[in-house]
Design a protein around this ligand. Sequence first.
Ligand SMILES: [Zn+2]
Ligand SMILES: [Zn+2]
Length: 275
Amino acid sequence: MTLVVTMLASGSSGNALLVRYAETALLVDCGLAMRAIEQHLRFVGMSPTALRAIVLTHEHGDHALSAGKLARRYGLPVVCNSATRAALEHHLDGVTVEELPISQRASLGPFDVTSFLVPHDAAAPVGYCMTVAGVTLGIAVDLGSWTPDLVTRLRAADLLVVEANHDRARLTAVGYPLAIRRRIFSPLGHLDNVQAGTLLAQIGADGRTRDVWLAHLSERANSPRVALKRVQGVLDQAGVSALRLSVLPRKAILAPGKLIVWQSDTRLRQMDLFG
Ligand SMILES: [Zn+2]
Ligand SMILES: [Zn+2]
């Protein structure tokens, strides 16, 4: 059986990732309007009631916008840590919350899910490693810096979803107010392209082949072309050649053949052949 990861949205206007294995599906972040999430699930032939859980990285609106609403409407549990739950306050009223303490493991259907703290200006923001049938998805979006522990954890991943938020020069040039720039640049803000490349170079230093989705690109202060070029440049300089980069668009295109999907069977087989 195959782990299938589908990108529904990525960026400051909304984040959601659909993770499926056999009959079990998880929605990682729910930062779109409920109607948009319903529409996306319908497009991939899934009812929201088939979701095992909505798994949240943190409480910011671009990640948690309709989590409570969707969970209430379809009777779905939300998985998050206690600080994120507290920060979401009444948004989770009436919702079953399955608390996953930071750095602990939970079984969600066949998925073995571990969370780990990421440095970001939210209550207790986390990344996740989700393992099923020997394949691991690693997620670290919305982080301003990282720790050696994060590198170690993400080394387990076959598919990495990592933020490359902005190009530093562009962010300075686009004229955001100083306070916003300071927030984004801070160790609790967002990774720029070079930082993302440096993190990936550390993860990829072990030489293992992995796929990487560069996520959460700023609309005004980055572009897919620039992100790819800068991150690849850092990897080249570091002599890391086994990572295969793609850039996530801000929104999924709901048309046949246009969805961004990663499937463990084909990707891992290709890696064996060409990696
Ligand atoms: Zn975000
Ligand atoms: Zn955030």
